[in-house]
Design a protein around this ligand. Structure first.
Ligand code: NAD
Ligand code: LMR
Length: 323
């Protein structure tokens, strides 16, 4: 057995936290041979609830869990962290866009970016889940000047999984039939689920579905899936979000030959504004993600990608004082 990996989780007593911690602790994220230390951050009013969650983690007697730290201080939670999963922040309610949360949540990521900078391991892998995830990630990354910007990612894996599942259902297939699908841009209602580069059982996905279904039903359905869940459940997705977070970190560490989607700092790939946190198709090897090159993009795709890029630039400009 190797040394425990230190995993910081913020908002650990929240809905996603409750679905996430037990998956991590069971070994679903880092494997059945990797011991872990959990470092759980909450705000003072939620510390009692967090204590209850930790009692439940204990009561599972997970063999991989070597230690659990609870704290309301980001500096303590992030001390020596190898992985930091930034979930803690306000969720949106019905009728809101995720960017409406920027004001409430932006300050959290300023403080946490600084604390990561000063306390986390230099190799820390940061996943931002709290919304608006891309721009919160931008804020955290900009407040951590001593860390490699490539260490900061935002979660679009949930959108990726939604897009795969809905395509599989439409073609009467199974998720394993789908390859090459990707989410471009912002985790918002402008994201672009790209079927142009996707295949179903090795054949172009767009030969299996009509263009009108793709444009008029599929894309809006993926873009609005989070809102549909809020409307149905009364609160935002939690178990599926936790599952996506587990998969995002697992693939980032263990690798993925298959194309997946991650919000990463743009270095200008595909002409996207440098510096914004943009979801790209990526593959992962040796703990590093690589943007898939030479994807075919027609005029339709380019205009969708431009729309989501423009939104991210506007969000960046709105938080310029936090960068
Ligand atoms: P929740 O309200 O149930 O839990 C959030 C938790 O964060 C609460 O326990 C709260 O006390 C804690 N918190 C608030 N401020 C904090 C801070 N400064 N430090 C540490 N903890 C803090 O919400 P949830 O359903 O768990 O969702 C959390 C976030 O994840 C929301 O912003 C939500 O919109 C977002 N989300 C993102 C995705 C995605 O795909 N990227 C998917 C689902 C939800
Ligand atoms: C989701 O996509 O389910 C989350 O981002 C929650 C939301 O506000 O839609």
């Amino acid at each position: 057995m190797t040394d425990p990996v230190r995993i910081a989780v913020t908002g650990a007593a929240g809905q996603i936290g409750y679905a996430l911690l037990f998956r991590i602790a069971s070994g679903a994220m880092l494997g059945k041979d990797q011991p872990i230390e959990l470092k759980l951050l909450e705000i003072p009013p939620a510390m009692d609830a967090l204590r209850g969650v930790v009692m439940e983690v204990e009561d599972c007697a997970f063999p991989l869990v070597r230690n659990v730290v609870t704290t309301d201080q980001p500096e303590v939670a992030f001390e020596g962290a190898d992985v930091a999963m930034l979930v803690g922040s306000r969720p949106r309610g019905p009728g809101m866009e995720r960017k409406d949360l920027l004001e409430a949540n932006g300050a959290i990521f300023t403080q946490q970016g600084k604390a990561l900078n000063d306390h986390a391991a230099k190799h820390v892998k940061v996943l931002v889940v709290g919304n608006p995830a891309n721009t919160n990630c931008l804020i955290a990354q900009n407040n951590a000047p001593d860390l490699d910007p490539a260490n900061f990612t935002a979660m679009t894996k949930l959108d990726h999984n939604r897009a795969i599942a809905q395509l599989a259902r439409q073609v009467g297939g199974v998720v394993e039939d789908i390859d090459g699908l990707a989410i471009w841009g912002n985790h918002s209602s402008t994201m672009f689920p790209d079927l142009i580069g996707a295949t179903v059982k090795g054949k172009p996905a767009l030969e299996n579905v009509s263009q009108s279904w793709y444009e008029d039903e599929y894309i809006p359905s993926i873009q609005q899936r989070g809102a549909a869940i809020i409307a149905a459940r009364g609160s935002s997705s939690a178990a599926s979000a936790a599952n996506a977070a587990v998969e995002h970190v697992r693939e980032w560490i263990a690798g993925s030959d298959a194309v997946t989607s991650m919000g990463i700092r743009s270095s200008g790939q595909y002409g996207i504004e440098e510096g914004v946190i943009f979801s790209y198709p990526v593959t992962v090897s040796n703990g590093a993600y690589n943007v898939a090159e030479n994807r075919e993009l027609n005029d339709f795709a380019r205009s969708k990608i431009e729309t989501t890029e423009v939104e991210l630039i506007k969000e960046r400009d709105a938080v310029a004082h936090l960068l």
